[in-house]
Ligand binder design. Sequence first.
Ligand code: 3PG
Length: 216
Amino acid sequence: MALKQGEILTAIDVMRDAAVIPVIVLDDVAHAVPLARALVEGGIRMLEVTLRTPAALACIEAISRHVPSAVAGAGTVRNAAEARAAAAAGARFAVSPGYTSAVGEACRDLGMPLLPGVATGSEVMAALDGGFTELKFFPAQQAGGAAMLKAFSGPFQDVRFCPTGGVSPANAREYLALPNVMCVGGSWLTPAELVREADWARITQLARDAAALRRG
Ligand code: 3PG
């Protein structure tokens, strides 16, 4: 998919771009641009930068500004204020660990696609009520894994999931084989020690391997 700079994305665009969305934790803004370039080089350009560190917003801003071929999004968005701060920093999509109508409405007002996190049928129903049909299944392994998503496919045929949490190269294929899974999320592409050591070549290789995963 060719992406134009500044083009408004949908949640589907975010999910279908590659089989894996990397979940990124950055402590040092100096790592943001080379890390994003390394991931793009490997074929992964939808980047979820989690709002878990003081540097996160500056990292989103740096990637948005200096790596036009990447699409910086914000992860761990837990309230409306964080959604607004992420959008102001240049985030083009948001991912949240759970769903609240406040986060949903804030993202809708901002025109920022949101993948809200769900782990139960009631949470899927709340997200559907809010108008969201592309959801993060979190924490995927702990909340029932691929078997849970198979069970969700009956009552929630119109929902597409991005399972995240405990997903790895060992089990990603099992998730990606499910018709209601469009992509998976995970932190394995950006291990803390490789980021600390600035080993961008190894991160590119991890991204390349992830980009080669196929959906079922
Ligand atoms: C998270 O939000 O931390 C993600 O679920 C990543 O989980 P993982 O480290 O198990 O991939």
